[in-house]
Design a protein around this ligand. Structure first.
Ligand SMILES: N[C@@H](CCC(=O)N[C@@H](CS)C(=O)NCC(=O)O)C(=O)O
Length: 217
């Protein structure tokens, strides 16, 4: 049975790895699982056929036989639970790696997404000048806490895991802001993630889609 995921036909970031299909591609590449990709346009994501797969009309989705999943956390967990390589065998180490998956998506990502919204969607608002530093500081608080915990370790808890995959994917979203550079160990952590051959393959695959996507006139 072929695994099929969905991805943007044309990603708003032009293929810099920020669209969340990259996380799923990365997980599949880490475990050596081949997959097919169905590209969807923004209008198609809101049509009934896609809404039947994803109730919120987003990407990515994951289909394998009669199983359909949405939410990258759930998809990456599913992949990690069924294949060796992304979760430790030891029960306690596995539980800790899963904890880092939740921490990435529930604790670290929200202020980073808020910063993205503040910049992209609210840039022209009159209160932006006051709000932006507050939002940036909320990101700094989380990055500082994460930085302290990581210390000089390569990964969050022993060997690279699905927790690192999601955490690095989340940090990727703040890289362009320059905030990550205030925390050299986190910048190095992300660079280690990006240097993994599985990430490089995932990145190249989503970039290839966007490089060949038709541009608006
Ligand atoms: N929590 C969801 C978020 C999914 C999400 O925000 N997907 C974005 C692409 S990265 C999307 O489809 N945006 C288009 C839209 O919401 O209309 C997940 O982790 O899968």
């Amino acid at each position: 049975m072929t695994i099929t995921i969905t991805a943007f036909e044309r990603s708003p970031d032009g293929g810099k790895g920020l669209a969340r299909d990259t996380r799923v591609r990365w997980a599949l590449e880490e475990v050596g699982q081949s997959y097919a990709v169905r590209l969807v346009s923004f209008p198609a994501m809101k049509e009934p056929a896609h809404l039947a797969l994803h109730p919120f009309g987003q990407i990515p989705t994951y289909e394998d036989g009669d199983l359909t999943l949405f939410e990258t956390g759930s998809i990456v967990f599913h992949i990690a639970a069924r294949h060796a390589g992304l979760l430790p065998d030891d029960a306690n180490a596995r539980a800790r790696a899963i904890t880092w998956m939740f921490a990435a998506l529930n604790t670290v990502e929200p202020p980073i997404l808020e910063l993205g919204s503040a910049r992209l969607l609210e840039g022209d608002k009159p209160w932006q000048e006051q709000r932006l530093p507050l939002v940036q500081d909320r990101v700094r608080v989380r990055l500082n806490q994460l930085s302290v915990r990581l210390g000089d370790a390569d990964w969050l808890d022993g060997a690279f895991s699905a927790g690192d995959l999601l955490m690095a994917s989340v940090l990727l979203r703040v890289k362009a802001s320059g905030l990550l550079d205030e925390f050299p160990n986190l910048a190095a952590y992300l660079a280690r993630g990006e240097a993994r051959p599985a990430y490089e393959r995932a990145f190249a695959a989503q970039l290839a889609v966007n490089a060949s996507a038709p541009r608006p006139d």
